[in-house]
Design a protein around this ligand. Structure first.
Ligand code: NI
Length: 167
């Protein structure tokens, strides 16, 4: 397993639509294991493949407190959205920033697992938020894209300061 480097705004891979996965081979399984490790290392609840510079429709999620219930969604599709609320968002690709974005309260997603089998998952609250956030990544959309241009500029400045401090 390996920790993969996370790319930040405005890396081009974060701003384009990712490609569907068609080959469910051992390289895919290795990538998913690496994405789990990278997510845990960065203390994230989710990570999408574009965030590690891979333009594929893959994301990993673990919202459990013990950090031991990871799962992946491949080629995900939102089937049902219910309700609406503003939810606090942050992103490993825009580190050091947070803001509220509009999200559905509850979603049902259809996706494939690492063996290519289809499954459905319904999430509310944090899981719903996380599913929508990661699926947005696969469409080339970041949470800051929901905000006004002014707010977005402020958050990007905040991120740049944060990254300078981290060095
Ligand atoms: Ni993110």
């Amino acid at each position: 397993m390996a920790i993969l480097p996370i790319v930040y705004y405005s890396h081009p891979v974060l701003h384009k639509k990712a490609d569907p996965v068609t080959l469910f081979d051992s390289a895919l399984k290795t990538l998913i294991q690496d994405m789990y490790e990278t997510m845990y290392h960065a203390n994230g609840v989710g990570l999408a493949a574009p965030q590690v510079a891979i333009a594929k429709r893959i994301a990993v999620i673990d919202i459990s407190e013990q950090r031991n219930k990871p799962f992946c969604i491949i080629n995900p599709e939102i089937l049902v959205k219910e309700g609406n609320e503003l939810m606090e968002a942050g992103c490993l690709s825009v580190p050091g920033t947070y803001d509220k974005v509009p999200r559905a309260l509850k979603v049902t997603v259809r996706a494939q697992n690492e063996s290519g089998e289809f499954f459905e998952i319904t999430g509310e609250g944090l899981l719903s938020h996380c599913l929508q956030h990661e699926i947005d990544h696969l469409e080339g959309k970041l949470y800051i894209d929901y905000l006004s241009p002014l707010k977005r500029r402020l958050l990007i400045k905040k991120m740049q300061k944060h990254l300078r401090r981290e060095k």
